[in-house]
Design a protein around this ligand. Structure first.
Ligand SMILES: Cc1ncc(COP(=O)(O)O)c(C=O)c1O
Length: 374
């Protein structure tokens, strides 16, 4: 079979997909620039710069003896613990191989070709990818002043709309929508639409106006909503792949129809359970991020570099230069950040808040690069 014929076998909607661009891995940068791993700082994927919590690493070592056995299929124990934590029933939870997989499951469950999904722009790119895989139409709503505008989103809802994705705090801008805005939005949301609130960074929010979205599931507002949370960020488990969805038990039942039998591995479930027991890690991580943001804001202000104040563990920095050029230059110094061209923000970079030492190094190098004539 020649290549031309092979292409015809592929579902045509897949050609509309721009592949997901991840932050570049440390190993690749070490090879490319001949640097030792200890000299490379990853500030590109919003992982937890504190690294692995030793208590969880010890639990994982114990769990290794069991990896010849399949994991518990639906992650019942984790769902039960999450239910206790959030004051909900285990039936309100579904686990995913990262919340990426839950986004896929949501699209697979609800979208058929021609359905519409409303998505902010710029935002986390996987919503668009998952919708396009399902052959749905993506309806984009530009952010206003780097922020989701829920009134604009409501205006884009039609009879064909099935899903609305709201990233709160938003990646890559770090901005939030408030409880007041969400209350009003949900009040006006039609019954044929499901609102997906992606709260991957919620643990880092310190704005008192952030909604406690679990309240919406405790019966206060009878609307179709799905909340997404992850163990990849504040819990430091990005490499294990575990996230969760929270919704009413009927929606969870439908999502389970498309869930693969053993989608979340044994180590991930073990680490998640242990993490829910050891909340001290969250406090340490949050403190690092709050202190780190304060330092970065101060330094950027001093240098006259603009940024968007963030409620997450990353910062969108506006540069009067191409972000790609700046991020390439940072790479040569072993600092990996995320250029935001693929988000439609060519003059910005997104930088994960690091440890004190990493933030200091980043600022020193950034200033040096910006002073150079190129
Ligand atoms: C907003 C948002 N949602 C979801 C994810 C994916 O998280 P996970 O690692 O749980 O798949 C990310 C990862 O960067 C993200 O930024």
């Amino acid at each position: 079979m020649n290549n031309k014929n092979l292409k015809k076998l592929v579902r045509p909607n897949l050609f509309k997909i721009s592949p997901y661009i991840p932050g570049r891995p440390k190993e690749e940068i070490c090879r490319e620039f001949n640097l030792a791993k200890k000299d490379v700082i990853k500030m590109a994927s919003n992982e937890n710069a504190l690294g692995v919590y030793e208590v969880i690493a010890d639990e994982l070592k114990k769990c290794l003896e069991e990896i010849y056995l399949y994991p518990e299929g639906g992650g019942k124990e984790v769902c039960k613990k999450l239910g206790d934590q959030w004051g909900l029933s285990p039936d309100n939870f579904i686990l995913g191989n990262g919340c990426d997989e839950i986004i896929s499951m949501v699209c697979e469950t609800f979208l058929k070709p021609g359905d519409e999904a409303v998505i902010g722009k710029p935002t986390f790119s996987y919503y668009e990818i998952a919708c396009r895989i399902a052959d749905a139409k993506c309806v984009f709503v530009p952010l206003r002043n780097y922020k989701y505008d829920l009134t604009d989103i409501l205006k884009k809802i039609t009879s064909k709309t099935k899903l609305v994705f709201i990233c709160n705090p938003n990646n890559p801008t770090g901005t939030i929508v408030t409880k007041k805005e969400v209350d009003k939005f949900l009040h006006l949301l039609p019954d044929h639409v499901i609102a997906v609130f992606d709260e991957a960074y919620a643990e880092y929010v310190d704005d008192v106006n952030f909604p406690n979205s679990m309240e919406y599931l405790r019966g206060k507002i009878n609307k179709n909503i799905i909340i997404l949370r992850t163990f990849s960020k504040v819990y430091s488990l990005a490499g294990l792949r575990i996230g969760y969805g929270i919704s009413n038990s009927e929606i969870i039942k439908y999502l389970n129809l498309v869930r693969k039998p053993f989608n979340v591995n044994r180590l991930a479930q073990c680490a998640a359970l242990a993490s829910l027991e050891h909340k001290e890690w969250l406090d340490r991580s949050r403190e690092m991020v709050f202190d780190g943001k304060e330092y970065l804001y101060k330094q950027l202000d001093k240098s006259g570099i603009k940024y968007v104040p963030s409620q997450a563990n990353f910062l969108l920095i506006e540069l009067a230069r191409k972000g790609e050029i700046i991020s390439d230059k940072l790479l040569a110094y072993g600092i990996i950040v995320r250029p935001t061209t693929s988000f439609g923000l060519p003059d910005c970079i997104r930088v994960t808040v690091g440890t004190k030492k990493q933030n200091k190094r980043f600022i020193e190098v950034l200033k040096k690069i910006l002073l150079l004539n190129f």
